[in-house]
Design a protein around this ligand. Sequence first.
Ligand SMILES: [Ca+2]
Length: 605
Amino acid sequence: MQKRQPPSSQSQAPTIIGPKRLRLGAWGLAILWSVGLGIWGIAAAAAAKPNLIYILADDMGFSDLGCYGSEIATPHLDALAAGGLRFTQFYNTARCCPTRASLLTGLYPHQAGIGHMVDSKKSGPGYQGDLNRNCITIAQALKPAGYRNYLVGKWHVTPLTPDRQNPSKHNWPLQRGFDRFYGTIHGAGSFFDPNTLTRDNQFISPHADPEYRPAEYYYTDAISDHAVRFIREHTQQSADKPFFMYVAYTAAHWPMHAKQNDIAKYQGRYDGGYEPIRAARWTKAKQLGLVDPKWPLTPASGAWADVTDKAFETRCMEVYAAMIDCMDQGIGRIIAELKARGQFENTLICYLQDNGGCAEGMGRGTQRPATPRADQPTLPPLAKDYLQPAMIPTQTRDGYPVRQGYGVLPGGADTYIGYGREWANVSNTPFREYKHWVHEGGISTPLVAHWPKGISARGELRHQPGHLIDLMATAVDLAGAKYPAELNAEHIAPMEGVSLRAAFENKPLPRTQPIFWEHEGNRAVREGDWKLVARGPGGKWELYNLAADRTETRDLASAEPAKLKELLAKWETWAKRANAIPWPHLPQYGEAPADAPAKKGKKKP
Ligand SMILES: [Ca+2]
């Protein structure tokens, strides 16, 4: 990795101006020269700072990218991996809101006030469901270092209730350090008619937006197109400044919505069911060196032979694959724009996912009749400027009722379906559990890091554990920013993570603390190769040596009581310090067995 210019004023002093040169000419000329080269030097130092793009995908498993074992076509992410690094043990927090709070602030989610969800405020500082005043975002941290900050996509770190149409905007992106924003405040919605769609500080209708008129509105494309737009406008209007961009896709969170052309690419691809896809991913992940062949593959969640509606199940996965494929196409357009603007070489791109594959049963209730699509609209169309208020719309813009139920073939705007537990199990190959849980299937994410000027390695793997908390520390380090101890007379909690720069250089990370998790009573701590983990508030502690058994199949809790006790003490100390306990969200979010039938009805994203 090349040495970066340190951000201090010393680095901006043009070293070629020395006393000897000053003595050579007239003083006036020398002063002019000095000032001119000084300005040049400042510009050069600013230009040397890398741009940072953090891309976050939604509800995807460890093995869903081609470069992590998948059959889904992700050539642009694969190219970033080939030209950079893949981390094999990077972690999120197992759920949308807490992951976003942690990524943005460099803290554990409870420390930022979002230990649970933004629409479920509870007692206690860790569960206020809104970014608190004792944290700052990466955008707020980088702004004083000269960065422009852009956000496209999902926010989901501030509540909309009780007044959905006129919410308080105190924690909207522009009030949290971002200069431009296009995306959604809420966490989920129709890809064809997203609720809470916002440009900067105003709700907008995707179908009456004079600034963006695609032939067909599809949210993933809108996110990609606005990322491209902000890069173009940045280089036209603020070329002297580096930028930070947070691209938060909602792919591939439910509902399974995709464009026909993308779905068509996967038609028939999943007709063989879960088992051959999971086996192929397991084999490919081993060949790629991402997983250790000695780790046992975890038991499958379901059997294809037991599926009663195979056309429905295959369609779910075809649409899921199409959603990821479309996101990758958009990342390709972002890369092309960076190249066209001469920004690709000095931009760090990090790609990761906010939680593991999602086992929630959204729209899949077996008791509901699978209503066929009507031949023609049965409801009045919605006005172009209508602001969609609902996460699950009741109808499409053109008047078709939105359908749910086992057997409703997903993909179109008139459907609202999750892909289900069994495909989520395939997404999370080879690990256990899902989104919500803090076993490896819930918290493991790819991390692709690409930065031609800053990372000399090409196509290498990094096996050091890392966590979302490291992304703030990395940004502050590479930007030469100063992380503040206070802001607006409020104490700002110190960063919890470490800069990934050392891992970029293939050196050990300077981490001195274990990594911790808590979500809905699911608990874990990882220190070195040891992981202590429990399912739900009543679940017993399980102990694993991840070097030997990262798939968490051999519980060593009884065999290693001293290690259990040591890690438990560390977890309890952290949980108190980070406001993870006491648990105000219980018992209403008690343990739900992962192998139980999917619950019917609505779920929070
Ligand atoms: Ca998510």
